[in-house]
Write a protein that binds this ligand. Structure first.
Ligand SMILES: *Cc1c(COP(=O)(O)O)cnc(C)c1O
Length: 223
């Protein structure tokens, strides 16, 4: 069930801290989304291509859709006509396909590189070395990337109860963000987004420098 009062206290807390909220609506209905839309909210996050496409067709056109799930290269074309930001870029090949499909649609698509800094190898995203390699390829072919804008990093902490460990992982992501900005985005002020934090750990993430949180269950209830 949608919890409007939880949304209201969350959004006022986040506005005060200049942190953008992406309301994660995966597996929730269009009417749930509309309830939050009517509060004035416009940024929604989805994990599955077909579900996002269906909702986009049914809901107001001024919603800014963030894709936050694993994205297969062959599905980029379905979301390229409308997606605002793809937060889950985890390969150079995917970045190239986003460039291609964005160009076809005459759009510039914002993206985040999905990173992980924990030891778990099960998670999607790139480790620090892979992220660096992607940006080196990108840097060597910058003129090619006319329709994609790399805005920053997205990351999730390990699913552990050890909050000290979660904090250290967020801290490492922030350090990586700063190192990459200094190495590849000097004087490019659009590399500005660090998307970290979900319902259970967003306060910790903001403490470690996050300026975008992706929150689902606090707003929409359990899935
Ligand atoms: C589902 C999801 C979220 C939201 O998680 P909640 O715990 O419901 O707040 C955030 N980020 C990603 C990548 C997700 O898949």
């Amino acid at each position: 069930m949608v919890n409007i009062s939880a949304y209201r206290s969350l959004i006022s807390e986040l506005n005060e801290k200049n942190v953008r909220l992406v309301a994660v609506s995966k597996l929730k209905t269009p009417s749930d989304i509309l309830a939050i839309y009517r509060e004035g909210h416009r940024h929604f996050g989805e994990n599955y291509v077909q579900e996002m496409v269906e909702k986009q067709q049914q809901l107001p056109a001024d919603i800014e859709w963030h894709f936050i799930g694993h994205l297969q290269t062959n599905k980029v074309r379905y979301i390229a006509p409308f997606v605002s930001m793809i937060q889950s870029v985890d390969s150079f090949k995917l970045l190239g396909e986003i460039q291609k499909q964005a160009a076809k649609n005459n759009r510039i698509i914002d993206v985040l590189l999905q990173v992980y800094v924990g030891d778990e190898d099960t998670k999607y995203g790139m480790d620090e070395k892979e992220t660096l390699e992607l940006l080196e390829y990108y840097d060597a072919q910058r003129a090619h990337f006319t329709h994609v804008q790399i805005r920053g990093l997205m990351g999730m902490a390990s699913f552990v109860n050890d909050m000290g460990m979660v904090r250290r992982e967020f801290d490492r992501m922030r350090q990586l963000f700063q190192v990459l900005r200094a190495q590849f985005f000097i004087g490019i002020d659009t590399f500005d987004t660090l998307s970290m934090g979900m319902s259970s750990d967003y306060a910790l993430a903001i403490g470690e420098g996050s300026n975008m949180v992706r929150i689902g269950s606090t707003i929409f209830g359990n899935r």
